[in-house]
Design a protein around this ligand. Structure first.
Ligand code: ARG
Length: 485
């Protein structure tokens, strides 16, 4: 029988090529090709073990599935009227080993549980890659931070000079955020790696299949038991895309800072030539295009998330074809994330840090005023609010009279009947002294930043081990399934 194996029974010859093109998922099913083969091998292995199909037939099916995998998706007849990759593979099997044998593979399953299983398998691979990327990025930022534990810099609030810090401390703020992204993905992984296989179309099957067996063969940690939820839910996708959106916020902050800090006005960072472009008219230009593109691409993660949420909102149980339209947005977010992490890592690793300019900024614009107020509290035993007012007055005078704080403070203190030793004032106004005093947990003191770097490194090593174990586990199950005999 040559006719379309999917449509021939119920729908006959009624084909309109525009409709077919409109509804096929073959254009993006390449992402689940490998998972689909593995899923079918596991399902067939289980069917043999449960005596639902004969060992002879099952072995032929599995061997041919392996051939199809080795030849690659490009060699298949990608006829869009077959709907999708599941039917394309079954069609190929039938062509190779005949319908009497190949037609038995789909016993006790549906494309609904099949596709849900495939997406979970393909996504877990990708999430592990993103995790690897975030872990490497964090490790690299930590090693750059190590070189800058004493590199004075100023911290900003409202993008106005706030207090002195170091560039090492500043870099740790990136790792602190990325660690949460790593933890979120590791946690989401538990809800990705659960098997819907055996849920069938929505009500399981009357065949005596073994869901636990296919779960184990495919390297899943658990079952998603309820068969209606199993084929219906895509919340694991929403979860991953939400995490990627949050990660995008964290990464876009890094991009934004690379952009503003390399302006002439800041002049504290210089991107390497590789990560910049120039102008077609202005010969002097060195533009931070890669960071700008990254900043923009990261916004598409939010758009993709909203698209998926909107597709899912108010869908009834269980499988609806709408679900098919989700995955292209998922894969787009996945690849954008992977590529952007790589670009950011490259920019940071090749960055030039202008330490002199950073130091200059740390001393400017009253960044040590808080410490001066704190010194008044300590030395003169006055309430902080009073000290805050007095130092505010010192700053105002210094600006109005165009004098240094040290030259106006004496008179103001006298007015309030207060005295401060010259040495105490000098120390309060020295950015490095400010830094050294801020040695409590999370602060910028070099000794604290060194401690923090070590503690991040230890924790990140632990995440790295967890990811490696998972990658190894998946590699082993793939090897086993693809070496069936
Ligand atoms: N291509 C489909 C998808 O991605 C596969 C499942 C088709 N199931 C169905 N009942 N039409 O969702």
């Amino acid at each position: 029988m040559d006719k379309n194996i999917l449509r021939r029974g119920r729908l006959g010859d009624s084909i309109n090529s525009k409709v077919i093109e409109y509804t096929t998922s073959l254009t993006f099913d390449g992402e689940i090709f490998e998972s689909d083969i593995l899923c079918s091998i596991a399902h067939t292995t289980m069917l043999i073990e449960r005596n639902i199909i004969s060992k002879e037939d099952g072995s032929k099916i599995i061997k041919e599935l392996i051939n199809i995998y080795k030849n690659g998706m490009e060699t298949l007849d990608l006829d869009p009227s077959l709907d999708d990759i599941h039917m394309v593979i079954e069609n190929e099997l039938i062509k190779k080993i005949g319908e009497d044998v190949a037609g038995r593979m789909h016993t006790g399953r549906s494309r609904n549980d099949q596709v849900a299983t495939d997406i979970r398998m393909a996504l877990r691979d990708k999430v592990l890659l993103i995790l690897k990327g975030l872990i490497n990025l964090s490790k690299n930022i930590l090693s750059i931070a190590e070189d800058h534990v004493e590199t004075l810099f100023v911290g900003y609030t409202h993008l106005q000079h706030a207090q002195p810090t170091t560039y090492g401390h500043h870099l740790l703020s990136y790792v602190s955020a990325l660690e949460r992204d790593i933890l979120r993905l590791l946690d989401a992984y538990k809800r990705i790696n659960i098997s819907p296989l055996g849920c069938g179309a929505m009500a399981t099957t009357g065949f005596d299949i073994d869901r636990i067996r296919t779960m184990e063969l495919l390297g899943f940690d658990k079952l998603i038991e309820n068969s209606m939820d199993g084929v219906s839910t895509r919340d694991f996708i929403v979860e991953v895309m939400s995490i990627l959106s949050i990660m995008g916020i964290n990464l876009s902050k890094i991009c934004e800072e690379l952009i503003i800090f390399s302006t002439y006005e800041f002049r504290v960072l210089e991107l390497s030539n590789t990560y910049t472009s120039t102008s077609s008219i202005m010969p002097q230009k060195k533009n931070p295009d890669v960071a700008e593109i990254a900043r923009a691409k990261l916004s598409t993660l939010n758009g993709n998330l909203i698209t998926v949420l909107t597709i899912l909102k108010a869908l009834p149980n269980t499988y609806n074809r709408d679900l098919q339209e989700i995955t292209p947005h998922l894969w787009d977010s996945v690849y954008t994330s992977l590529d952007t992490i790589e670009m950011i890592e490259g920019m940071l690793l090749t960055l030039k840090v202008n330490k002199d300019r950073m130091k200059e900024l740390s001393e400017k614009n009253y960044s040590t005023a808080t410490e001066l107020a704190d010194t008044l509290v300590r030395e003169c035993n006055i309430p902080f609010r009073r000290a805050h007012g007095i130092v505010g007055e010192v700053v105002r005078e210094s600006i109005e009279k165009n004098k240094n704080m040290i030259d106006v403070i004496k008179d103001i203190l006298k007015k309030y009947n207060l005295t401060l030793e010259k040495e105490a004032i000098r120390r309060a106004l020295d950015p490095m002294e400010n830094i050294k005093m801020r040695k409590i947990i999370g602060g910028p003191a070099p000794e604290e930043v060194i401690r923090a770097i070590e503690s991040y490194n230890n924790r990140i090593k632990d995440y790295e081990d967890r990811v490696s174990i998972e990658i190894e586990k998946i590699k082993n199950i793939k090897n086993k399934l693809l070496n069936y005999n």
